[in-house]
Ligand binder design. Structure first.
Ligand SMILES: Cc1cc2nc3c(=O)[nH]c(=O)nc-3n(C[C@H](O)[C@H](O)[C@H](O)COP(=O)(O)OP(=O)(O)OC[C@H]3O[C@@H](n4cnc5c(N)ncnc54)[C@H](O)[C@@H]3O)c2cc1C
Length: 378
């Protein structure tokens, strides 16, 4: 393959990480971003050991790690009774088992760390304010908002769940989950004092769930509430919440809402010299907290596939072969978890009993297929 620039559409987590993966194997890239700057939207992100391993390989971990919070445990609780159903310890044993730590971070901190490393590579060109408005997959050409056409050696579409490239390749096939996600980020001082800041808590509730944890060196508190559409806001959706959960929901603030969406698992991710990556390829509901992690894994696997292949099409095909099953499993499990988290009646009772009777070690075994991911042999 000759070393002409790859054009990456989108400077989100997938796009920036991909530019770094390419730089690591000596390939230059041009990253087109429709936003006028590179500020990330959103709030907190959980970074499991697989995400951390990818960040280490991409050379980003040292820039990000000082801004992360290292939680002591994850607690899963019933949002009506308050009962703790499961505790996952995230200390040394966890880190030794998976070879990397579990951390939580503000999305801006991750984005800034990616950008900081991107700026160290002269071979990566960032082009803000450039929106891709059309794509020809047969001629590997992009049309941008100025009306200009850009001919690419290869197009890597990292343009998120609403990807114009994906829609061109497959037609619009986004799926709606029927859930609305509310997010809030507040100073830790405004959170009830009895909240343990070293714990990531997941509250399960009939028709909804809530996750919260501290980010940004413990200065900010991230709260995410998912509710079934029609239940309107967290205030109306969680009326039977136990006291500690109600206090957290009442303590704050301004919610930002958006519909939870994913895309259908398993359609082809590449055609000719055009490839989908990150959410553009396999957006999932955020219930396994793995979307960003998958995008980071993608970036590592793609770089290695390109280095090991003579042709771009072969590299893209090998990348998809290596990634589709895993990403599709995350998509399907995330949908399934939505149902389990929001269970009512008998299903809720069975879920609670299962969680309470499962030892933390066995519970961890069930998560190991996600966290035990390793960089492919180079
Ligand atoms: C509530 C919530 C909680 C989450 N929590 C976690 C978590 O704890 N852990 C985790 O790993 N993941 C989590 N995720 C998932 C994660 O945020 C996403 O999977 C990840 O951000 C996807 O990155 P991306 O770069 O593929 O897409 P995006 O972040 O959507 O980036 C796409 C980029 O492309 C640009 N773009 C789009 N169209 C064009 C165009 N036509 N031309 C030019 N540029 C364009 C956009 O402006 C954007 O910058 C969560 C998601 C949500 C919604």
């Amino acid at each position: 393959m000759s070393d002409s620039p790859f054009i990456i559409v989108g400077a989100g987590i997938a796009g920036l990480a991909t530019s770094l993966g390419l730089a690591r194997i000596g390939r230059s890239s041009l990253v087109l971003e429709k936003a006028p700057d590179f500020t990330a939207l959103g709030a907190g992100l959980q970074l499991g050991p697989n995400a951390v391993a990818a960040l280490q390989w991409l050379g980003v971990w040292d820039a990000l790690s000082p801004h992360c919070v290292a939680p002591r445990e994850i607690h899963i609780r019933d949002g009506v009774t308050g009962a703790v159903l499961q505790r996952v310890a995230l200390g040394a044993d966890f880190e030794n088992r998976f070879g990397a730590p579990y951390r939580v971070a503000h999305r801006n901190d991750l984005h800034n760390a990616l950008l900081q490393v991107v700026h160290q590579y002269p071979g990566i060109t960032l082009a803000p304010n450039v929106e891709v408005t059309g794509v020809s997959i047969t001629s590997t050409t992009l049309t941008i908002n100025s009306g200009k056409s850009l001919k690419a050696k290869a197009i890597i579409a990292a343009d998120g769940v609403n990807s114009i490239v994906r829609n061109t390749m497959h037609g619009g096939n986004r799926a709606s989950s029927g859930h609305t996600i509310y997010r809030a980020l507040v100073p830790v001082g405004s959170v009830p004092q009895n909240v343990d800041m070293e714990v990531v808590t997941l509250w399960l509730y009939p028709g909804g769930h809530v996750v919260h944890y501290a980010v940004s060196n413990g200065e900010l508190f991230n709260i995410v509430a998912s509710v079934v559409e029609g239940k309107t806001t967290p205030a109306t959706a969680f009326q039977r919440a136990c006291r500690p959960l109600a206090d957290i929901l009442n303590a704050q603030k301004t919610w930002t809402a958006w519909p939870a969406r994913d895309v259908k698992p398993k359609p082809a991710w590449s055609k000719n010299q055009t490839l989908l990556i990150g959410d553009a390829a396999h957006a999932s509901l955020p219930y396994m907290a793995q979307g960003a992690a998958m995008a980071l894994e993608d970036a590592c696997v793609l770089a290695i596939a390109i280095r090991n292949s003579r042709e771009i099409e072969t590299a893209f095909g090998n990348f998809a072969k290596a990634r589709v099953a895993r990403a599709s499993d995350i998509q399907k499990q995330s949908r399934r978890l939505g149902k389990i988290y929001h269970a009512q009646g008998l299903l809720r009772q069975a879920r609670n009993m299962f969680l309470q009777r499962t030892s933390p070690r066995r519970f961890m075994d069930r998560l190991s297929w996600i966290y035990d991911w390793k960089i492919p042999k180079e």
